[in-house]
Design a binder for this molecule. Structure first.
Ligand code: 4AD
Ligand code: MG
Length: 464
């Protein structure tokens, strides 16, 4: 293999760099996959992609070269001279002097066909092959750039990145949506009835928040960005069993405004970065997959996000109560249909909904101590097309209130360490989590969350 792959001495460059090369006339080598083959009398025209850009590089090969095995989908190494292209469609083309087929591909059996664009739904059937399509390779480049942009945003804002654990003993959200971790061999379990992680209960994390709160006892601002797991047995367009969450925690704050500022900044700076660094890839989604999304994104970038209270949101919903399958009442959790309506009502610009009923929120949410409509200092960010994108709150830093709430649910022993955080140098603090896949859904107009992640895990599905 190495002999075949490295026999050409020409400098290997990426398709992206070849397409953007200011100079022509040099001999180069590219390696990639054939996206189209067109034969004429004397020449064969190929489009070759290597994942570095949406646009493929056109290769022109004289039929005398080894062109027989060139088919749609095969892997090739092409050496040639990079020349100015006579066609208006591309600025340069590669005039091949040598072509090697590294990996053959039978185009009849290859599930991705040459002609026509496949829908995201169609290519979802082939999780091992969909990265070879234009749409999914664009998605993956965007996802990679958005990841870098998120890290830049936090770094520029002086947040310290914390690697929170994937295996944990806590159910941060208290919703019981945990995957339990157990070894396949059971020699470590003293309790054979309840298999555990080396004889102690352990789960895949539902949120890194509590670990970030530990760190907010030593750093003013921290964040984490990693995989998160929820045993949600529901098949919806916005739920996965494994998703990536960006979480931030800020110390020395007693105001939801500080959290909202970070959420809006994170959303806008990340999106700005994508629009400038992945313009071509984003355009593919905005032009061919989700018409109307570009205008939507432009609007979100221009406007300040709205802020309304949960109580105001319920009043708005009640005025149009007849529209909803689930009738809105003060005290109910907002349903997706409610969230979408609120966003539309606010001019299709993201909306922060603040101060939710206390009973709806987990034990850590800070009590607003308001009567009779008892609320917690919690905030969700709702966005067009998706609904809830972020969830956050101020955390209960008052020892006695927290102790009482934990005692009500019998969790005071489990969270003894969490209570201790409030005893030793406790400060008012708060944070939020943003679903990364939902962010991509919103900015790219992707209808189904399964099309935003390389390998989707959802109820009853874990292929590959
Ligand atoms: O609202 P959630 O459950 O909040 C928390 O987990 C907090 N502990 C975060 C924090 O304050 N540090 O989840 C946060 C976000 C949601 O708003 C949603 O975007 C996303 O995570 N999310 C999901 N995304 C995909 N699939 C699922 N099953 C999701 N569950 C939550
Ligand atoms: Mg939530």
């Amino acid at each position: 293999w190495s002999k075949r792959l490295y026999c050409s001495a020409a400098k290997r460059i990426r398709v992206h760099d070849a397409l953007n090369s200011p100079e022509t006339g040099s001999t180069i080598r590219i390696q990639g996959w054939v996206r189209s083959v067109r034969s004429q009398k004397h020449n064969v025209f190929l489009h070759v992609s290597d994942g570095s850009s949406l646009q493929p590089l056109q290769v022109v090969a004289n039929s005398d070269l080894n062109t027989r095995d060139l088919t749609f989908g095969c892997a090739v190494s092409v050496t040639g001279s990079l020349e100015k292209s006579p066609s208006k469609k591309q600025h340069v083309e590669l005039q091949a002097s040598r072509i090697e087929v590294i990996g053959e591909c039978n185009p009849v059996e290859f599930p991705l066909k040459i002609k026509g664009h496949h829908s995201l739904e169609y290519i979802r059937q082939f999780p091992h092959l969909r990265c070879r399509t234009n749409a999914f390779s664009s998605l993956l480049r965007i996802r990679s750039q958005a990841t870098a942009a998120i890290h830049s945003y936090f770094r520029d804002s002086n947040f310290v990145e914390i690697h929170t654990p994937v295996i944990t003993s806590n159910d941060c959200e208290g919703a019981g949506e945990l995957f339990q971790v157990e070894p396949t061999g059971n020699e470590w379990n003293s309790d054979k009835e309840n298999p555990h992680f080396f004889s102690v209960p352990a789960y895949l994390t539902v949120s890194g928040q509590l670990h970030l709160e530990v760190m907010a006892g030593a750093f003013p601002a921290v964040y984490t960005f990693g995989p998160t797991f929820r045993a949600e047995n529901s098949q919806t367009r916005r739920h996965l069993a494994e998703f990536y969450m960006v979480e931030a925690e800020i110390a020395f704050t007693d105001s939801l405004k500080d959290l909202m500022k970070v959420m809006e900044g994170l959303f806008k700076r990340t999106t700005e970065n994508l629009l400038s660094h992945c313009a071509e890839d984003v355009e593919l989604f905005h032009k061919y997959i989700s018409p109307g999304c570009k205008e939507q994104v432009d609007l979100m970038m221009k406007r300040s996000f709205n802020v309304i209270s949960y109580t105001e949101a319920i009043d708005i919903l009640k005025r149009s109560s007849e529209q909803f399958a689930f009738k809105p009442e003060w005290g109910c959790d907002l349903q997706t249909e409610h969230e979408k309506y609120i966003v539309q009502h606010c001019g299709n610009v993201p909306v922060f909904v603040t101060d939710y009923p206390y009973e709806l929120k987990p034990f850590y949410a800070r009590d607003n101590q308001d009567q009779p409509q008892h609320t917690a200092a919690a905030v969700d960010l709702l966005v067009p097309g998706v609904g809830e994108l972020c969830g956050g709150s101020l955390r209960e830093e008052r020892l006695e209130l927290l102790r009482t709430r934990l005692a009500q649910t019998g969790l005071q022993d489990t969270y003894a360490w969490y209570l201790q955080l409030r005893e030793f140098g406790s400060v008012p603090h708060g944070g939020f989590g943003m679903g990364f896949e939902r962010y991509l859904q919103c900015v790219l107009g992707i209808d189904n969350i399964k099309d935003t992640i390389p390998f989707a895990r959802f109820s009853h599905s874990c292929v590959l």
